[in-house]
Design a protein around this ligand. Structure first.
Ligand code: SF4
Length: 327
């Protein structure tokens, strides 16, 4: 008998969510475990096996490990690092609708992700987790003709079932002043199987222009399976953009960012933004001097095509757009 649970959901259930089995899998020495690993993190561990398999054994010096494995540095209380650095709660129009910029609004579709990134600026966000539907949000969007683009974010909208996504897309389709749906997801780099035929048919059926935005920080997150899943989306005529976050110990290296840019552009994906890291509490170990980003962008400009150079930006609460950091 075949299972009615989609393949991607079965794969997701194999994510590492407990620390000891992950540390065994990474063959981390007792000494490194005791010295460096946070055994009971407030923001839980959640790591797809395919990403864990890319981590070098018995070392902490690995760009994927640093993004997903809780380290004792998370307990450091650093000045200027706060639970909600972007103050998203203050931009709520309803429990699941944020409006920060003219012409755009964002639906917090879910609190769940394919993976939990240790640097996530929404790791403390008080998500609405009891109400399943989006009636209130749809009602607000329908009444505000100034909004032409809706951003589906979270969490990760691909954590929702295809049935829920299909219904959401159909509802959005019926709002005439909405012209674009921007879909933000990190699933393709963690569980590329999530881009299944049923999801592709939801995208294909939409009358709106869809823009698909992935989040990839290091070239090792990309591989042929990830790229193949994204090509299926691109085949529908949907532009794919990547946004990265600049993180100490992950991608603060010119060659790393250049390689990432080359892999993305060779795959038809535009490197869109390089975000300065948001100062969220518990993630001060990812911070870099303010000169690092501009230096890296200058290097990229000198070594690759203009469309392969992301815009280096910072988000500042209350500003009418992202702040473009001069390079
Ligand atoms: S996938 Fe995005 S929303 Fe989810 S934990 Fe990572 S950065 Fe945060």
């Amino acid at each position: 008998m075949t299972s009615s649970i989609p393949l991607w959901r079965q794969i997701q259930r194999e994510n590492f969510t407990r620390i000891p089995p992950l540390l065994d899998f990474l063959e981390l020495s007792e000494e490194l475990r005791k010295r460096s690993i946070l055994p009971s993190p407030r923001f839980p561990l959640n790591l797809p096996r395919r990403l864990a398999a890319k981590i070098a054994k018995n070392t902490l010096d690995d760009p994927i490990l640093r993004q997903f494995v809780p380290l004792v540095e998370e307990t450091v209380q650093a000045s200027g690092f706060t639970p909600e650095p972007l103050q998203d709660s203050s931009f709520r129009k309803s429990k699941k609708l944020l409006k920060k910029y003219n012409g755009r609004a964002l639906i917090l579709t879910t609190s769940s992700c394919a993976m939990n990134c240790r640097f996530c600026f929404r790791q403390n966000f008080p998500y609405e987790t009891e109400k399943i539907g989006f009636e209130e949000e749809i009602a607000q969007l329908s009444q505000d003709a100034s909004i032409s683009e809706i951003i589906l974010s979270g969490g990760d909208p691909l954590s929702l079932s295809n049935d829920i996504l299909s219904s959401l897309f159909q509802t959005l389709d019926a709002i005439p002043h909405l012209r674009r749906i921007r879909f933000h997801s990190r699933f393709p780099v963690g569980i590329p199987e999530r881009i299944d035929d049923s999801f592709l048919s939801i995208l294909a059926a939409s009358s709106k222009q869809i823009v698909f935005v992935i989040h990839c920080n290091h070239p090792r997150e990309m591989d042929p399976d990830v790229i193949a899943s994204l090509k299926k989306i691109a085949f529908l005529g949907i532009p794919i953009l990547n946004q990265s976050v600049l993180l100490k110990g992950v991608n603060n290296n010119p060659e790393v960012l250049l390689t990432l840019s080359e892999i993305l552009t060779n795959s038809g994906i535009i490197p869109y933004y390089l975000h300065a890291h948001d100062p969220v509490e518990g993630a001060s170990h990812f911070a870099l001097p303010s000169s690092t980003g501009p230096e890296l962008i200058r290097y990229l400009r000198e070594h690759t095509s203009g469309y392969g150079v992301p815009r280096f930006v910072r988000e500042e609460p209350g500003y009418p757009s992202k702040t473009f950091i001069s390079t």
